[in-house]
Design a protein. Structure first.
Length: 84
């Protein structure tokens, strides 16, 4: 898709985009399970995308609570925190 500036380059924020960190270092990749504009602020470059027929898996992954979500629910102490 076009990004509005005449470029058809996929951005890291695009749902299903597979991105790597620009500039090398340890190999890490990111898959955007949903549109996430904050990923465009990172030093990421999109290198591919999840196949359309596999997008349902992204919905399953995105439905799993993160550690931050669990901590906010009060079920788990933060790392280094005390369980009361």
């Amino acid at each position: 898709g076009n990004d509005g500036n005449g470029s058809s380059a996929m951005k890291a924020s695009t749902r299903g985009a597979v991105s790597v960190k620009r500039g090398g270092g340890a190999f890490e990749f990111t898959i955007a399970p949903k549109y996430n504009p904050s990923l465009d602020d990172e030093e990421l470059v999109a290198i591919g995308r999840v196949a359309p027929e596999d997008m349902a898996y992204l919905d399953v992954i995105n439905a799993i609570p993160s550690r931050r979500d669990i901590i906010q629910m009060g079920d788990v102490a933060p790392v280094g925190g005390k369980v009361l």
